[in-house]
Write a protein that binds this ligand. Structure first.
Ligand code: SUG
Length: 452
């Protein structure tokens, strides 16, 4: 049977939503991500998980007050004892923690990272309008480039299968095989552009045998082979897929994901000249598919040095369309303090006229680990019927906003240093917090500790 046409008239309008990753109770600064300059720069600094989680919730609230619906994804179980047991640490939970800490404090920090908060790395998502089988597809990211992040795929898959449970409408795939050849970082290396001519899925990749150039200093996390596999799994038409190499020099300057130097929504692409190789070629390719409605604003390195863009994250912003059709860009407050970054954002409003205003938010706790507003969210385009079919209680209304804030106030510490991670009392605290959370989010049991 030929696939039904999902682009024709009579179809529900698509709307872009986003899922914010909740900052977990173990959020700390362990310098785990080589090539992510902020992560390394803040190694060992005491963290304030409570303040950081409240910052995330306040960003969410700001966006809800702009009139946009938002959902949440829960933090993962951390410290993640199953990983330590698989590495040969045995005994009671308290002994496992103590033994792992004695063997390697860095290992305990890795299995305790709250990195699932960066939901842009949770999965790559395609709307039903773009897939040949007319369903929404999600490919959880394997995140194999960094050990601490490779631990996320299993729980992410479980959670997404709870939320996107209706198999008639949604397919949550398995993550790609856990091998460096298939390193996949999810939506942080993917963006969808759309005009009246159609849509394009732009996949930024950094590593392939046929790469034009290679970064000399830092790892390229996303491989071309992974992006190709994700495009296949998401049932995208070949004509809608553009696979483009990230600029190796950009990666060496700290742009470890393509969303560090580029952001897009619908017909608008904001991009730094060191985000991708051969920007002229990319522009021509996109324009050939999307036509004259496509609008690209490029920041030259002279206007906005890549080092400032990496330090202040103006591109790691949320580009949002409000109900009245106007555009708002939600940028990290670090961008307001950085003159070239602020200048670029002002240009978007003042002379380009592509956004009507910039809203600055404070997500400093996340920024210290290299995660801006855009890293904290996973975009999902849904029809009204698809949204109505989602499982669990993840869309945030005033009541849930209040419950989440109270939950953070009740359970989170306001100071966390690496030694705290070996404290069994802390492990119990985090488990209790997550148990309560999954109950009020109506997610059921998604964590290993809930199964025993
Ligand atoms: O993978 N930082 C994350 C930041 C992810 C940013 N996401 C996007 N660009 N979409 C990473 O490098 C640091 C954790 C630490 O150092 O403790 C960390 O994992």
């Amino acid at each position: 049977m030929p696939p039904p046409s999902h682009r024709g008239p009579g179809r529900d309008a698509d709307r872009e939503y986003a899922f914010d990753g909740l900052v977990g109770p173990t959020h700390h600064h362990a310098g785990l991500s080589f090539g992510n300059l902020a992560s390394v720069a803040h190694t060992g600094e005491p963290a304030n998980p409570r303040a950081s989680a409240l910052e995330g919730l306040s960003k969410l609230d700001t966006i809800r007050r702009l009139g946009l619906a938002r959902a949440v994804l829960p933090p993962h179980e951390r410290p993640y004892l199953p990983a330590l047991r698989r590495l040969g640490f045995s005994g009671r939970d308290s002994e496992v923690l103590e033994r792992a800490y004695a063997a390697s404090p860095a290992l305990l920090a890795s299995v305790s990272s709250a990195s699932s908060m960066w939901a842009a790395n949770a999965a790559t998502v395609s709307p039903s309008s773009d897939s040949t089988d007319g369903r929404v597809h999600l490919v959880p990211a394997n995140l194999v480039s960094m050990f601490h992040r490779s631990l996320e795929a299993e729980t992410t898959t479980r959670v997404l299968r709870r939320v996107f449970a209706d198999r008639e409408r949604f397919e949550v795939h398995d993550a790609l095989p856990q091998h460096p050849d298939y390193g996949d970082e999810g939506a942080a290396n993917h963006t969808r552009l759309a005009t009246s001519k159609g849509s394009v899925h732009l996949f930024g990749w950094g590593r392939a045998p046929e790469a034009i150039s290679r970064p000399a200093r830092y790892p390229a996390r996303q491989t071309l082979a992974a992006s190709q596999a994700v495009a296949r799994l998401n049932q995208l038409r070949e004509s809608d897929v553009v696979l483009w190499q990230q600029h190796a020099h950009g990666i060496d300057l700290g742009a470890f994901h393509s969303d560090v130097l580029a952001v897009a929504h619908a017909e608008l692409l904001l991009v730094h000249e060191l985000a991708f190789v051969d920007l002229t070629g990319l522009t021509a390719r996109l324009r050939a598919r999307l036509g004259d409605e496509l609008r690209i604003v490029v920041a030259a390195d002279e206007e906005l040095p890549a080092s400032d863009a990496v330090a202040a994250y103006p591109f790691n912003s949320e580009l949002l369309e409000l109900a009245d059709g106007s555009r708002v860009i939600v940028a990290p407050s670090e961008s307001r303090e950085n003159p070239p970054a602020a200048g670029f954002l002002e240009r978007l409003v003042e002379s380009e006229g592509v956004v009507s205003r910039v809203v600055y938010v404070n997500v400093n706790g996340s920024m210290k680990n290299g995660g801006g507003p855009a890293c904290l969210r996973l975009r999902v385009v849904l029809t009204d019927a698809e949204r109505a079919a989602l499982g669990a209680r993840v869309f945030v209304d005033d009541a849930l906003q209040g419950e989440l804030e109270a939950w953070v106030q009740k359970h989170y510490r306001d100071r966390l240093v690496p030694e705290d991670l070996r404290d069994p009392a802390f492990l119990n605290e985090t488990r209790q917090a997550l148990d309560e959370l999954t109950a009020f989010l109506q997610l059921g049991s998604v964590y290993d500790f809930q199964k025993t």
